[in-house]
Design a binder for this molecule. Structure first.
Ligand code: MF3
Ligand code: CO
Ligand code: CO
Length: 250
């Protein structure tokens, strides 16, 4: 079993400060997600707004990632790189932002509708959001284990004929961007470690319309659904505080 870092209330306070900034940056980015706007314009905004607020865009230069935000459109599951792509009416776009403030990371993402969504896109995005919040809810129950998160999310998706991506997971977060544990969003055969006070981690399910299988482009980042169907994702950073589970990126 992995050794999961335990944070002090002071450290959680720092992550909360970073989280508030991330929440505001995402909300403002969402306003930009209109037909005719390029994903590069979203990147420009995120970089400038983050720096202006005394923080660092964690994605920029992370393992060689070239931009300050991930913008994943339609069949892009994750790590979409901002570019000259012009958003079109009916697109869905996940904006995933991680900022470092006073040495601590916070990580969150939301899927936005560009113009008017098609009914299937609306259903998928709604389900992905519900999966994230249900995963968070069970993580906060007394005696919860990390495996409870994947169990509830898999159940919701099976019921609706969607699938849960297995190639990417949630993660612990703090001084590091990706810390222990891995937070799996699909069902496991054996119960995993208990969720305890002082743990800080993300819940970030990627939900696909078709197969859960993915493929990654030769740029080394852009990950697509293997069948070209839609994918949607939502993410929050959460902490188990002395008062119970708290969402820090709100
Ligand atoms: N924010 C992503 C996550 O949820 C990670 C992005 S890494 C990057 O873990 F390098 F692509 F930015
Ligand atoms: Co993220
Ligand atoms: Co994350």
């Amino acid at each position: 079993m992995s050794k999961i870092p335990i944070k002090t209330p002071k450290e959680i306070e720092r992550i909360r400060d970073a989280g508030k900034l991330v929440a505001e940056t995402i909300a403002r980015s969402g306003e930009l997600c209109k037909p005719g706007v390029t994903t590069q314009e979203i990147d420009n905004f995120v970089r400038e707004f983050t720096l202006k607020n005394g923080a660092i865009p964690a994605c920029l230069g992370y393992k060689g990632y070239p931009k300050s935000v991930c913008t994943s459109v339609n069949e892009v599951v994750t790590h979409g790189i901002p570019s000259g792509y012009v958003l079109r009416d009916g697109d869905i776009i996940n904006v995933d932002i991680t900022s470092i403030l006073n040495g601590y990371h916070a990580d969150s993402s939301e899927t936005f509708f560009v113009g008017t969504p098609k009914p299937n896109a609306r259903e998928l995005v709604k389900t992905a959001r519900e999966c994230m919040f249900e995963g968070i809810r069970v993580a906060g129950l007394p005696g919860a284990r990390f495996s409870d998160i994947g169990a509830i999310i898999s159940g919701i998706c099976e019921e609706r004929g969607y699938s849960v991506v297995r190639d990417y997971c949630g993660h612990g977060i703090g001084k590091g961007f990706h810390e222990d544990p891995l937070v799996l969003h699909y069902r496991q055969r054996t119960p995993s470690q208990r969720i305890e006070r002082g743990m800080v981690f993300t819940v970030e399910p990627m939900i696909n319309e078709g197969t859960y299988k993915t493929k990654t482009l030769s740029d080394g980042w852009t990950t697509l659904t293997a069948d070209g169907k839609l994918s949607a994702q939502w993410e929050h950073t959460v902490a188990i505080t002395n008062h119970g589970l708290e969402i820090l990126t709100i």
